[in-house]
Design a protein around this ligand. Sequence first.
Ligand code: NAD
Ligand code: ZN
Ligand code: ZN
Length: 401
Amino acid sequence: MKALVFADIRRMEVREVPDPVIEQENDAIIRVTSAAICGSDLHMFEGRTTAQPGMVFGHEIMGVVEKVGKGVQLVKAGDRVSLPFNVSCGTCFNCCRGFVNACLTTNPKSPGGGYGYADLGPYRGGQAQLVRVPFADFNCLNLPGTPGDQWEDDFIMLSDVLPTGYHSCIMANVCPGTSVAIFGAGPVGYMAALSSFLIGAAEVYVVDRSAVRLRKVQELGAVTVNFSEGDPVEFILNARKNNKAIQESLRPGEEKMAGVLCGIDAVGYQALSREDAANEKPIQVIEDLARVVNATGSIGLIGVYFSGDPRGVDNKAKEGIFNIPLGKLWEKGIKLETGQAPVKRYNALLRDAIVQGRIAPGKLVSHHLRLENGPEAYDKFVQRGAGEGAEYTKIILKPNG
Ligand code: NAD
Ligand code: ZN
Ligand code: ZN
């Protein structure tokens, strides 16, 4: 079969690789109808992880079951399914408690398995014609409809960015009526904004520098903040200060709550420095969030911070050690949550929200491309909404044409 292979830093190649086979009784093989490129793939693409050449990437996968092992009971050949990016067993201590992002049996190295990702176990990625799914009964989410129908672009978001964006809201304690600041308008930031509105947040601010990406979140109803035009924290504080209804509702002392209650970092360790956007400043967003989130608020760090980054900005960053404003966070009593999203906690309910017409996350998709165009797609997407990559808001690969 054909697959998109990591040939070297910043170089993907379409190669012929062996077809996956049923290795365990509870495996299934899926013929991939859509596979998305994720911002997380870009960290590997840019040599910012321990990923080695030869890997097949891809953890946002949906398709049709081709065959199943003899221990599989619930899914069968012909079923249309979505795969969570987490590979999990469903029966270990952590899976049983809902922490499928920290499954104890699927990754020999550490808690948490995933498809086609550095340090997440031996699972080949889904930017390929076929993919092997371990623990198929647990990992496959059945989908209504038929391949290529009106839901295809919505359902592909169920593997990662939609449940991940939703999880970032849960981390940040988003609830009806609340105020949210989201840093990053990439796919994860977009889905965090969409989820904030689904939950019922009253004020949603999204910070980025990409005009195209900011326009996309504006379509959802978010207030956009372009960090290349000034300090985004000042912008948000001023927007709230100049809002008459907000100011007229304040009770005594409440002027000390000038920022927002919920903060979401949808950028991670490759955050650009606001002083010099040609360079990274890994703690840029954490510093901004510590300023803009009110006392008693919550922050979800859904953007990743790895402990092994061969090209980190300094020796400490290479080990994932960062100088964050812990004093300020502590004084404000801010709750901070981190980590991979447990997709299976949310994907069935988000699927139903799609089917009932409550959300349409597929509106983010800008490009449908053949696997052969995958290398160029990475070159564009890695520009993260700038330059020639400006219009590439979400890319869906079609490995089987
Ligand atoms: P992306 O790279 O496409 O988007 C990142 C966006 O952040 C870009 O639009 C960029 O312009 C913006 N940005 C850069 N510096 C900024 C700054 N200082 N302030 C505000 N915005 C800034 O990536 P994505 O697909 O949206 O993913 C975002 C992050 O989430 C990545 O780190 C990705 O690895 C991570 N992620 C985490 C999980 C999880 O389970 N925790 C799952 C999926 C993705
Ligand atoms: Zn991802
Ligand atoms: Zn498990």
